[in-house]
Design a protein around this ligand. Structure first.
Ligand code: SF4
Length: 236
C-alpha cells in the first residue's frame, strides 16, 4: 500500500528513484524570500510512532530499498535522538539499506555537536542536501537566507569533518542585473574555503505570489539578469 504523504512533497532530483519517508512537515525556517515550497505548511515533527509505521509499511512493498530520503524541508532539524530512532528503524526494516539522506540548513548542522554528527553518520545518515544559494553576504542578506558565508562555511566544514557528504546548490540569477559579480565572487570564495562533495546549480524561479515579497526583502528594485532566467528552481 502506498504511503500517505502530506503534500506538497519535494525531494532532490537525484532521489527520484529512492524511497521517501516523511519525518517532518514543512521547513523550520521557511523565510527565504525566493522559496514558496513550504509556505502552505506549519513546521512540525511527525510523531515517531507514525514514522516507524510508515517505514514498516514501505518495507513490505520495497524490502530491497537501498536508499532513503527523509522529507520535508529540513529533516536534519530533528533532535538527534529522534533521528537515531528513525535510522535504527530503517536499518531494522531494510536489510540492504546503504544510504539515508535529507535536506538541511546550515543552522541544523551547527546546532549538532561533532559527536552527534559522527553518531548519525555511523547510523547510516550519509548525505546532506544543503541550499547554499550564494556565498555573497550581500546576496544572502537580500534573499533573507538566515545564514552568512561564514556560517555556511562552518557548517560545511563541520559536516565534512564528521564524514558526512554534502550536496550543495547555488541559485543562478540571484544577483540580478546589478550584483551578479558579488554573487559570483562570494560563491567562489565560499567554495574555495569549504569542502563540498557535490555541487549543482539551479536557475532562479519565483512563483507569482512570491515576487512581491522577494522584491521587498531585496531592498532595491530587482532586475532579472535576462528574460530567460525566471525558470524553475527547487530548493533547500
Ligand atoms: S530555501 Fe530551504 S531553508 Fe529556505 S525556506 Fe525554502 S526550504 Fe526552508
Amino acid at each position: 500500500m502506498p504511503l500517505n504523504y502530506h503534500m506538497p512533497l519535494y525531494r532532490p532530483p537525484s532521489e527520484g528513484n529512492n524511497l521517501i519517508i516523511q519525518v517532518t512537515l514543512g521547513c523550520s525556517f521557511n523565510q527565504c524570500s525566493f522559496c514558496a515550497m513550504y509556505r502552505s505548511k506549519v513546521y512540525s515533527q511527525r510523531p515517531l510512532a507514525e514514522v516507524v509505521c510508515d517505514i514498516q509499511q514501505a518495507a513490505q512493498s520495497l524490502p530491497d530499498a537501498r536508499r532513503v530520503f527523509l522529507a520535508d524541508g529540513d529533516a536534519f532539524c530533528l533532535p538527534t535522538h529522534d533521528l537515531i530512532a528513525i535510522l535504527d528503524a530503517l536499518q531494522a526494516a531494510l536489510p540492504k539499506l546503504s544510504r539515508v539522506s535529507c535536506y538541511t540548513t546550515p543552522s541544523n548542522i551547527l546546532n549538532k555537536s561533532m559527536d552527534e554528527l559522527r553518531l548519525l553518520k555511523e547510523k547510516g545518515l550519509k548525505l546532506l542536501y544543503l541550499g547554499i544559494e550564494s556565498g555573497s553576504n550581500l546576496i544572502l542578506k537580500k534573499i533573507t537566507k538566515g545564514a552568512s558565508q561564514q556560517s555556511i562555511a562552518n557548517a560545511m566544514l563541520k559536516a565534512h569533518e564528521a564524514g558526512l557528504k554534502v550536496s550543495g546548490t547555488v541559485i543562478l540569477g540571484l544577483g540580478g542585473k546589478h550584483h551578479g559579480q558579488e554573487h559570483i565572487d562570494g560563491t567562489i570564495e565560499l567554495l574555495n574555503r569549504a569542502p563540498i562533495t557535490y555541487l549543482s546549480t539551479l536557475q532562479l524561479h519565483l512563483e507569482p505570489d512570491m515576487i512581491k515579497e522577494f522584491q521587498s526583502k531585496y531592498g532595491e528594485p530587482f532586475e532579472i539578469p535576462n528574460e530567460g532566467l525566471f525558470l524553475k528552481n527547487s530548493c533547500v
